[in-house]
Design a protein around this ligand. Structure first.
Ligand code: UD1
Length: 417
């Protein structure tokens, strides 16, 4: 079993380059199969999630060429086969093949998606939206069979601005007959990136990035190119590391606009930052003011940065309150941080974190992707050796994390144990 081992306490200096956004690319790849012409995606991170999506495209008969950072997808010979459970369950984003295959073939056979176990994560909003667009959905155990002889536009009111449902409706609606309106759509930057690719392919989408998206169906889509936006969650994770152990540590290739809620909070904490148009330089800040954080949908504080943020809170001078509002149980890292010496009282959705506490190296386990990122941050500031297991979660979402950190001076490695 592979583990990450960190000897904490090193000061990090130099530059960390941020990769393309995982949550964008995992939708850009399925979007590419909506045309039989070639789609080129640049700034593609090399992650196990992208690998698994490539496997699904290959299984469907698509051709993929990958050179570092660039993906070329040719779906001219694509066939509509069932996507087996062992691939569907590898990642959350496998469900984007529901919208994409529905758009292209009007028929899909797929299983319930995988992803981090941080709550119940139903897909009712996706299914109800497809149904409104003329799809019949049969569910046999974990398998979904979707049929839409005539896929048509619809007026869809989302109960919650779900990222996944918004993307899936975009994918299904671009080739549907008539107009689709998504009310209460997700506004995350990744949605804008996906709409950009679809529009480059000839789709007619307006309003992406706002609460109302209007999609006028078109007859066909053509080949196109798109650049994956920079990963705001990866950037946020390294920014917090810089605030704790940086010395002129530069986090580069970021989009500061996408990180506003984090930057506002870090300023309140008194963190020493120098922000330019595409980078932030950070220095370890000795006295961190306590703050309260509540996760929200974009442009609020992202749930995906909540777990890393809780580590920063363990070093604040005072009591911080933390509340998770998107998922019912995103708390797998708390027990591990407490083992490392943190002073945290928590329920499934709320925590009180009192700092500053010296953390000590421990044997810990990553319960999910961002819990793993939190434990890496904790390991970097702890005294002694931290050994993290279940690191496959971390490698799903952080490209070359061990190399990026060791290049700036961290004592971190992956071992077989
Ligand atoms: C995406 C991101 C994930 C991020 C999340 C919220 C990807 C691959 N993953 O996940 O990193 O944490 O957005 O920013 O982009 N819900 C329902 N019914 C549905 C769909 C969602 O009740 O049909 C609920 C979920 O259980 C959750 C909330 O809505 O409580 C948010 O889910 P959603 O925005 O859909 O997140 P994902 O797309 O799964």
């Amino acid at each position: 079993m592979k583990k990450i081992v960190i000897n904490g306490g090193n000061t990090l200096t130099g530059t960390i380059n941020i990769s393309g956004a995982k949550n964008s690319v995992v939708a850009l790849i399925p979007a590419a199969i909506l045309t039989s012409e070639t789609v080129k995606i640049s700034n593609v991170p090399n992650l196990s999630d992208t690998e698994n999506l490539k496997k699904i495209i290959n299984l469907l008969g698509g051709q993929i060429e990958f050179s570092p950072g660039n993906l070329q997808i040719d779906s001219s010979k694509l066939q509509n086969s069932a996507i087996p459970e062992e691939l569907s369950e590898k990642l959350r984003a496998s469900y984007y093949f529901m919208g994409a295959l529905l758009g292209r073939f009007h028929h899909v056979e797929i299983f319930f998606p995988g992803g981090c176990k941080i709550g119940s994560r139903p897909i009712d909003l996706h299914i109800k939206s497809f149904e409104k667009m003329g799809t019949t959905v049969k569910k046999i155990n974990n398998k979904y069979i979707l049929d839409a002889p005539i896929l048509h536009g619809a007026n869809i009111d989302l109960r919650f601005p779900s990222v996944g449902a918004t993307v899936n409706i975009l994918l299904a609606s671009v080739l549907a007959e008539g107009t689709t309106t998504i009310n209460n759509a997700a506004r995350e930057p990744e949605i804008v990136n996906i709409a950009e690719l679809l529009n480059n392919m000839g789709a007619n989408i307006s309003g992406a990035g706002t609460k109302t998206i209007i999609i006028k169906g078109v007859k066909t889509l053509h080949g196109a190119t798109v650049n994956t936006i920079s990963d705001r969650i990866e950037a946020g994770t390294y920014i917090m590391i810089g605030a704790l152990v940086g010395k002129n540590l530069v986090i580069k290739n970021i989009i500061p606009e996408h990180l506003k809620s984090l930057i506002t909070l870090l300023k309140k904490m008194g963190i020493d930052m120098d922000i330019s148009s595409d980078s932030i330089m950070l220095n370890k800040t000795d006295i961190l003011n306590p703050v309260n954080v509540k996760t929200e949908v974009y442009p609020g504080f992202p749930t995906d940065l909540g777990q890393p943020m809780s580590v920063l809170m363990t070093q604040s001078h005072g009591k911080c309150k933390f509340e998770e509002t998107i998922y019912e149980k995103r708390t797998g890292h708390f027990s591990e941080l407490v083992k490392m010496g943190a002073n945290i009282k928590y329920t499934d959705t709320k925590a009180e974190i009192e700092g500053p506490t010296k953390l000590k190296g421990e044997i810990v386990s990553a319960s999910d992707l961002r819990a793993g990122a939190a434990l890496i941050i904790a390991g970097l500031i702890a005294n002694g050796k931290t050994k993290i297991s279940n690191i496959e979660y971390i490698l799903r979402g952080y490209e070359d994390i061990v190399e990026k950190l060791s290049n700036v001076g961290a004592d971190i490695e992956i071992i077989d144990d």
